[in-house]
Design a protein around this ligand. Sequence first.
Ligand code: GLC
Length: 354
Amino acid sequence: MTPTNYLTKACLSAALLLGLVMGELESALALTAAQFNHGLGTGINLGNALDAPREGEWGVTLEANYFRQIHQAGFTHLRLPVRWSSHAGQPAPYKLDPVFTERVRWAVHGALKNNLKVVLNMHHYEEFESDPDAHRERLLAMWRQISEEFKNEPRDQVAFEIYNEPAKKISAVFWNDLFAEALAVVRKKNPKRIVVVGPVQWNSISALDTLKLPSDKNLLVSVHYYEPFHFTHQGAEWVGEEGKNWLGTTWSASAEQIAALKSDFDKAQKWAQTHERLIYLGEFGAYSKGDMDSRARWTESVRKAAIDRGFSLAYWEFCSGFGAYDPASRSWRKPLLNALHAHFMLDHAKRPGN
Ligand code: GLC
């Protein structure tokens, strides 16, 4: 072997060794889905803002101080619902409106600057829900763009959620197939980012068994909880006339009610254990037409049921119809905040130096 050959070989071996060490180091340092889920902790949905047809149309226009308020109240993440479909071209290539994309980026950065992790989703693509086949390519094209636009966001702080509450005409078979394809699109530019996915039927626990996932370790499985629906959605305008008949429904945390709640959450936990997945309770909340005592009791009980099972969670929502925060008085609704156990941080935030 000539000295040059020897040197080349030695360099190659050293490079290989370094590569191996770096690889090992990277995988040792790589944040697992379990760590990410743990870090999400208790969050809140910034609902009815960027998921309205146009921001402001549903009464919520985001303000920079909201991110600070949410952090100071002790929440550790923000779920950001976004109606991308109102801000993308209709013919291919379905280009996203850059002004809207910048607005979303502003919100993501507002959260990050305030130590809030982010779950960035796609919400209320109504045309897709009524005709999934016709809108499949457009949805994928939007994710191609979103995943490019947000690929540089820190992987340990920002997760993507492909679609909120697949329902109506979206069958489980269609959804499993579409999700795998959308994930492959996202993976091109975000190979290891945490991606959130929930089952059909509005992410209900009872539909978990229909969910078939690709063997990707960086997924969190989301469920939403609004049971008993007649209690949480009493008087909700979007459920129709029937919702008025449920007005006055209370929730007393009776033994029977707690048992029903635990049994629902046990199902989710059992599914997660069997499938070696982690659960993110991405939405739960009771509408403002119910009495506050019942709402607070329910919120606290649901929160406890989630925490006891190691689920991360996000209350639905910040300052609209379910709001834990009253935008008119610019203050938290204490019974709800207490139920979410975020109040101690609020007191802490008031101390000098914070
Ligand atoms: C879902 C809907 C949202 C609604 C909430 C409670 O997330 O997307 O608009 O307010 O559930 O019904």
